[in-house]
Design a protein around this ligand. Structure first.
Ligand SMILES: CC(=O)SCCNC(=O)CCNC(=O)[C@H](O)C(C)(C)COP(=O)(O)OP(=O)(O)OC[C@H]1O[C@@H](n2cnc3c(N)ncnc32)[C@H](O)[C@@H]1OP(=O)(O)O
Ligand SMILES: CC(C)C(=O)C(=O)O
Length: 507
C-alpha cells in the first residue's frame, strides 16, 4: 500500500476500535518510515469514541532498528515498539548463526535499550516460538520481562502448530512467566491461523495479532474478521471474552484492503464475502426461508454487509420450489401448482448451463411459460442473407387475439432485419439498450443465449411513475430465432406494462 492508503486503512482500524495498530517496520524503507510516522502522529493522536489506539512498530534486536523505530513512534500518544529475535534451533543456527546464550543476552539488552530511550510499552517477540524449545522460551521471556517488556509476542511464525499444540504452548507460557500480556501471532501455512489464534485466546492470550482479510507473508496471518466474529459468536466457549471491535466496519475494511493491495478475496471467504449469506441449495433455501437461523450463524448486518441477491436466495441447478416461489413472489408473481412445477422444470433444464438467474431471467421464465399472456408471438420466420444483396427477413407474428401479421425488412444483418420487421408490426417506440449473444456451451452445436434490453427512445418508458426498461432473453440452437424470441419477450413486457398502466389510468 502507498503511504496515503496506509493512513486511510489506519483511520478505519481506529474506527473499528482495534487496540493496537502495527504501523510498520520503520527501518525497512523510507516509505515505511514515513507512513509509520504519519500514522503515529495522526491516527495515534486522534481519539475515536474517547480512545486512541496504541501505535506499534517493529525492530530487530539491534540499536539502529530500535532508534529508528522509537524516532517514528514516539509521536503517538500511546507508542509501542516490538523487538523480536528468533528462538528456535533452526533459526538460531541457520539464520542468525548465534548461540542460545547470545540470543538471550541480546534480547534482554535490546529490550532494556528500548526502555532506556523512553519507550514505556515494549513488546518482546520470540520469533518461531511455535518451533522453539519451551524451557528456552521460559528463560528468554522471563529475561525480557525483567528487562522491561510488558507484552510477550508468541508467533507461530511458519504456521506449523496445531490448535491444541499452540493452546498448550500459551498455557505453559502463562504458567511459567508473569507480569506480561501474552500476544498470539499465528500464520496460516496449514490453514490453521484462525483456529490457533482462538486456541491461544482460550489458553489465556489477551492480545491477538490479526490482519484484515488474513493478508500477510506467504499464506498470510490470522484474519481479523474471522477471529473477531468467532469470539463474538462463541463467547461462551471462551469464558465470556470479547473484543472492542465495532464489527459494522468489517465489510468496509475488507473491501478497502482488497482494493488497496490488489489481494482480492474469494467469493466464499468466511465472514466478509456475500456468498456467506447466499443460499443456492433447495434444502437450505427452504430452511432459511422458514427460519434464517437454520443455516446462518451470523447476520450480514453484523459486519455491515448487504446480501448479493434478493434476500440471499440465489437460483441455480440445486434450488428447489420454495426458493423459486420466494423469488417469484418478490417479483409480484403468485404462482402455484402445475404452473410453478412447469417453471421449475424449465429452471432445472436451463440451470445446467446457466449460473446466474437475475430477476430478468426469472421474469423471462414466467413469460416463456405463458403466465403473462404474450401479446405477440412468433408465427414464422424466413431469413435470407449471404454475400449478395442485403439481409432480408420476413416475420409472421400472431397476436393474442389470433390476428396474423406479416412484415418484411432488410437490415445490416439478419437480426437487425428481423427486429425491423417486428417493429413494423408491433409499433411501439423502443430503442435497444443492450443486445448480448453468448454461446452457452462450446462446440458447433452450442446453445445460443440472447438477452435484449429495450427502453423508450430518449427517456425510459415510465410506468406508474417508475422508470423501467424491459429485458427479454431466450435460448436456442438458432441465433436469429433466439434473438427474435428474446426481442419479442422484451417487447411483450413493454406492451403489457404500457397497457396495464393505461388501464389503471383510465380506471
Ligand atoms: C519476523 C518477522 O516476520 S518480522 C516481519 C518481516 N519483516 C521484514 O523483514 C521487514 C522488511 N525487511 C527489510 O526491509 C530488510 O530485511 C531489512 C532492512 C530489515 C534488513 O535488510 P539487510 O540489512 O539488507 O539484511 P537482510 O534482510 O538481507 O538480512 C537480515 C539480517 O538481519 C539479521 N536478523 C534477522 N532477524 C534479526 C533479529 N531479530 N535481530 C537481529 N538481527 C536479525 C539476519 O541474521 C541478517 O543478518 P546478517 O546480514 O548478519 O546475515
Ligand atoms: C516477529 C513476529 C511478531 C513475527 O512477525 C513472526 O514471527 O511471524
Amino acid at each position: 500500500m502507498a503511504t496515503e492508503q496506509k493512513l486511510v486503512v489506519a483511520r478505519l482500524l481506529s474506527n473499528l476500535g482495534v487496540d493496537v495498530i502495527d504501523a510498520g517496520f520503520p527501518r525497512s524503507s523510507p516509505e515505511s518510515f514515513n507512513s509509520s510516522k504519519a500514522i503515529a502522529s495522526e491516527v495515534g493522536c486522534q481519539p475515536v469514541k474517547g480512545r486512541v489506539p496504541v501505535i506499534s512498530v517493529m525492530a530487530r534486536c539491534n540499536k539502529k532498528d530500535i532508534d529508528v523505530a522509537w524516532e517514528v513512534v514516539r509521536h503517538a500518544r500511546r507508542p509501542s515498539v516490538v523487538i523480536f529475535i528468533a528462538t528456535s534451533e533452526i533459526h538460531m543456527k541457520h539464520k542468525l548463526r548465534m548461540s542460545k546464550a547470545d540470543v538471550l543476552n541480546t534480547a534482554a539488552e535490546m529490550v532494556a535499550y528500548a526502555r532506556s530511550l523512553g519507550c514505556q510499552d515494549v513488546a518482546f517477540g520470540a520469533e518461531d516460538a511455535g518451533r522453539s524449545d519451551k524451557e528456552f522460551l521460559y528463560h528468554i521471556l522471563n529475561e525480557a520481562i525483567k528487562a522491561g517488556a510488558s507484552t510477550l509476542v508468541i508467533p507461530d511464525t511458519v504456521g506449523y502448530n496445531f490448535p491444541s499444540e499452540y493452546g498448550n504452548l500459551i498455557a505453559d507460557l502463562r504458567a511459567n512467566t508473569s507480569g506480561a500480556i501474552i500476544s498470539a501471532h499465528c500464520h496460516n501455512d496449514l490453514g490453521l491461523a484462525t483456529a490457533n489464534t482462538l486456541a491461544g485466546a482460550e489458553a489465556g492470550a489477551r492480545q491477538l495479532e490479526v490482519t484484515i482479510n488474513g493478508i500477510g507473508e506467504r499464506a498470510g496471518n490470522a484474519s481479523l474478521e474471522e477471529v473477531v466474529m468467532a469470539i463474538k459468536c462463541r463467547r461462551e466457549l471462551l469464558g465470556g471474552l470479547h473484543t472492542g471491535i465495532d464489527t459494522r466496519y468489517i465489510a468496509e475494511a475488507s473491501k478497502m484492503v482488497a482494493e488497496f493491495t490488489g489481494l482480492y478475496v474469494q467469493p466464499h471467504k468466511a465472514i466478509v464475502r456475500a456468498n456467506v449469506f447466499t443460499h443456492e441449495s433447495g434444502i437450505h433455501q427452504d430452511g432459511v426461508l422458514k427460519f434464517t437461523g437454520t443455516y446462518e450463524i451470523l447476520s450480514p448486518d453484523d459486519i455491515g454487509l448487504s446480501r448479493s441477491c434478493e434476500s440471499g436466495i440465489k437460483l441455480g441447478k440445486l434450488s428447489g420450489r420454495h426458493g423459486l416461489k420466494f423469488r417469484l413472489l418478490k417479483l409480484g408473481y403468485d404462482i402455484n401448482g402445475k404452473e410453478l412445477d412447469d417453471i421449475f422444470a424449465r429452471l432445472k433444464e436451463i440451470a445446467g448451463t446457466k449460473k446466474n438467474f437475475s430477476d430478468d431471467d426469472i421474469e423471462a421464465l414466467v413469460h416463456e411459460n405463458g403466465h403473462l399472456q404474450a401479446v405477440w408471438s412468433l408465427g414464422d420466420l424466413q431469413v435470407m442473407h449471404g454475400t449478395f444483396g442485403s439481409p432480408t427477413v420476413t416475420v409472421k407474428l400472431i397476436s393474442c387475439y389470433g390476428e396474423e401479421k406479416i412484415s418484411c425488412s432488410v437490415g445490416e444483418g439478419p437480426v437487425d432485419a428481423a427486429y425491423k420487421a417486428i417493429n413494423n408490426i408491433v409499433q411501439i417506440p423502443v430503442v435497444i439498450r443492450k443486445y448480448v449473444n453468448s454461446a452457452m456451451e462450446e462446440g458447433i452445436d452450442a446453445l445460443a443465449s440472447t438477452q435484449v434490453v429495450v427502453s423508450q427512445d430518449s427517456n425510459e418508458i415510465v410506468v406508474q411513475n417508475i422508470v423501467r426498461t424491459f429485458s427479454g432473453s431466450a435460448t436456442g440452437k438458432d441465433i436469429v430465432i433466439a434473438s427474435v424470441q428474446a426481442y419479442l419477450n422484451a417487447l411483450n413486457k413493454a406492451v403489457w406494462a404500457i397497457d396495464s398502466s393505461a388501464k389503471m389510468l383510465s380506471a
